[in-house]
Design a binder for this molecule. Structure first.
Ligand code: GUN
Length: 288
């Protein structure tokens, strides 16, 4: 009988970080600067409504003021940019997040560019993306930041390790690769079309799957003792939530593994809260 991998408990790590966020929010509030996050939702996408509601709830639980802007799907580009400009200029607002995807007639890139980089708690603005490249960052994109936090809290060292990231999105794959490079990893970025992908992934000491395909990573693709991080949030044929990794079979080979649900997912909003605290500290110092 094989030994099963240790499950990385995203809920527990998330709870620990949220406790620290709560304390930092209380300290800032006591100094007269309650951290505040503005969340903009355009339209009625049901998944986005759930995400936004969860962000609001998480803020409330940690003592962060959250301002909700729910705009109709008919909102024009100009109306949205005007709201962002108002929030950029509002000294009481520390972070601004515009929930994506936007309705088709709106230009996402223009919206990302309009948010003041100092309030860009998603770290989607090119200024923040560039700062991640140089290793000098204030904000980190929430999902990769959450993964780094989990690795840190489980004492999983990165220097010298072979790291393979499957997925090259701007939100997860690319910044994830940068953070692993900055931490001293030897990093390969693949995608679902990479030739002989299993041969590449079998090299990984740390394997991050962000492909968006249920059970894409199977045991034959994983090296004995690897750390496997599953970013996928998919539904299987029975409609059940599942990741990109075939959890049961990969658990028999990996040393550590993140489950879905309960792994990377809970960390994402937590890192948004952490970014809001960072933004509040920047603004507080600027206003002093
Ligand atoms: N939609 C799905 N994930 C995210 C996220 O992290 N930030 C924003 N702004 N929109 C999203």
């Amino acid at each position: 009988m094989s030994i099963l991998a240790i499950r990385i408990d995203g809920k527990a790590v998330s709870a620990a970080v949220r406790e620290e966020v709560k304390q930092q929010a209380a300290a800032l509030t006591a100094q007269g600067h309650q951290p505040a996050l503005a969340v903009i939702l355009v339209g009625e996408d049901p998944a986005s409504q759930v995400y936004v509601r969860n962000k609001h709830k998480a803020c409330a639980e940690c003592g962060i003021r959250s301002l909700q802007y729910e705009l109709p799907a008919s909102t024009t580009q100009q109306e949205l940019l005007t709201l962002i400009q108002t929030l950029n200029e509002d000294d009481t607002v520390d972070g601004i997040l515009c929930q994506l995807p936007l309705p088709r007639h709106l230009d996402e890139q223009a919206v990302i560019l309009a948010i003041d980089p100092k309030k860009d708690v998603d770290a989607f603005h090119p200024v923040n993306a560039g700062r991640i490249m140089s290793g000098d960052y204030g904000f980190l994109p929430c999902t990769p930041a959450g993964i780094m936090e989990m690795l840190r809290r489980y004492d999983i060292a990165i220097p010298g390790k072979r790291c393979v990231v499957i997925g090259r999105s701007n939100i997860v794959g690319k910044p994830m690769a940068m953070l692993l490079i900055n931490a001293g990893g030897t990093v390969t970025v693949c995608n679902s079309k990479t030739r002989d992908l299993p041969a590449v992934t079998r090299e990984a000491d740390i394997l991050v799957a962000a492909v968006g395909k249920p059970h894409f990573v199977t045991a034959d693709m994983v090296k004995e003792g690897a750390v496997v991080i599953d970013v996928g949030i998919n539904r299987n044929t029975e409609g059940k939530l599942c990741g990109d990794v075939a959890f049961d079979e990969v658990s028999e080979k990996a040393s550590y593994i993140t489950p879905v649900p309960g792994g990377v997912g809970p960390m994402t909003i937590t890192m948004l809260l952490q970014n809001t605290i960072t933004a509040a500290k920047i603004h507080k110092e600027e206003n002093e």
